[in-house]
Design a protein around this ligand. Structure first.
Ligand code: PHE
Length: 355
């Protein structure tokens, strides 16, 4: 093939491409699409550098040998610059993407939902803590009970009018009932042990009652029983006063009101000044200014005799605390039914009680 290009013409084209490459300033290309444009402009199928190298074949053989390496060197230098620019732009794009997706460590963390104790559980815990410090131990008793332990042994024989005041759930076909109070544990503890005794027993109790803001068919009591030599009403009052002051604060106003229970004599009911009204009366205190939270008294000699203990030697006192009533006072809850409906909006208010 005859040469169609002169050395001078090729060198002129080389100089043109070289200065065009320099002007393209590959190092400063702003983004990857622009870099690709520059690559295609020079190294594409019809690119300026491609054409220059292709036209080497049109030179006379000697000139081709001299110019070939020169053209290849130009191409290699350009390719090196291209690949350096490409890595620089890719690194920058990565860094950009990372900045956009990155986690902001200064944001406050989301709080995972936590469980918490039910206000009745924490109230029971508080009551238990106080009595533990007074030297009481913990006892348990059955919820399904017989008439003897729930009534007869507590000086409430079958025809006793006091049975009417505790509307009882009887079990079908069984001589059994759901205990109407935790006082059954008094009998069971005395049957199982020997004097002296100093126990508290928490538990669920059941009464067939009209449900309202202060009454429920299922509720909780903490029974207390202390039996020793020569204990009397003064001891009862001392223990309960200490308990109430620890629970509600020493400035809490309480009232010991004479009352009647068949299994204690004398008997009392203890009221706490209503927390919801200034003593003027409101639905929570049934317009009396006082809220009843426990019943108590000196253990009746007949009860001791029923378990075979000599009332001449042993005496003591008992009490039954209404856990819901205490929880209502402590937390300012006006309606006892709120404790049972499992409304999370209500239950979430007791976060501070988490232990
Ligand atoms: N058991 C009684 C009630 O449920 C309370 C009580 C307990 C009274 C112990 C005196 C002694 O009402």
């Amino acid at each position: 093939m005859e040469p169609t290009k002169t050395l001078a013409a090729w060198q002129q084209e080389y100089a043109k491409v070289e200065s065009a490459l320099a002007a393209a300033d590959v190092e400063k290309t702003a983004d990857l699409p622009k870099l690709e444009e520059v690559r295609v402009r020079f190294l594409g199928r019809k690119g300026e550098l491609t054409e220059l190298l292709k036209s080497l074949k049109d030179l006379p053989l000697d000139d081709r040998k001299a110019c070939g390496p020169k053209g290849n060197a130009l191409k290699a230098a350009f390719e090196a610059k291209l690949s350096a620019a490409k890595s620089r732009l890719e690194d920058a794009a990565d860094a950009d993407a990372f900045r956009k997706d990155a986690i902001d460590l200064t944001l406050p963390a989301l709080r995972p939902p936590r469980g918490r104790l039910h206000p009745l559980t924490t109230t029971l815990g508080r009551i238990a803590d106080i009595f533990r410090r007074l030297g009481y131990s913990w006892a348990e008793g059955p919820q399904v009970e017989d008439e003897f332990h729930n009534f007869d042994a507590l000086n409430m024989p079958g025809d006793h009018p006091a049975r009417d005041t505790q509307d009882t759930f009887y079990l079908q076909d069984l001589p059994r009932l759901l205990r109407t109070h935790t006082s059954n544990v008094q009998i069971r503890a005395m049957e199982a042990g020997k004097p002296p005794i100093r126990i508290v027993c928490p538990g669920r109790v059941f009464r067939h009652e009209q449900i309202d803001a202060t009454h429920s068919a299922v509720f909780h009591q903490v029974e207390g029983l202390v039996i020793d030599r020569s204990l009397g009403f003064a001891d009862l009052k001392g223990h309960l006063q200490t308990f109430l002051e620890s629970l509600l604060g020493s400035s809490t106003k309480t009232r010991f009101r004479p009352s009647y229970f068949p299994f204690t004599e004398p008997s009392t009911e203890v009221d706490v000044k209503c927390f919801f009204c200034p003593g003027t009366g409101c639905p929570a205190c049934k317009h009396t200014g006082w809220i009843e939270i426990l019943g108590a008294g000196v253990v009746h000699p007949k009860v001791l005799r029923n378990v075979g203990w000599d009332p001449e030697t042993w005496s003591g006192f008992a009490f039954g605390i209404g856990v819901e009533r205490v929880a209502m006072l402590v937390h300012g809850v006006r309606d006892l039914r709120d404790f049972y409906t499992n409304d999370l909006r209500f239950l979430r208010q007791f976060d501070e009680d988490l232990v």
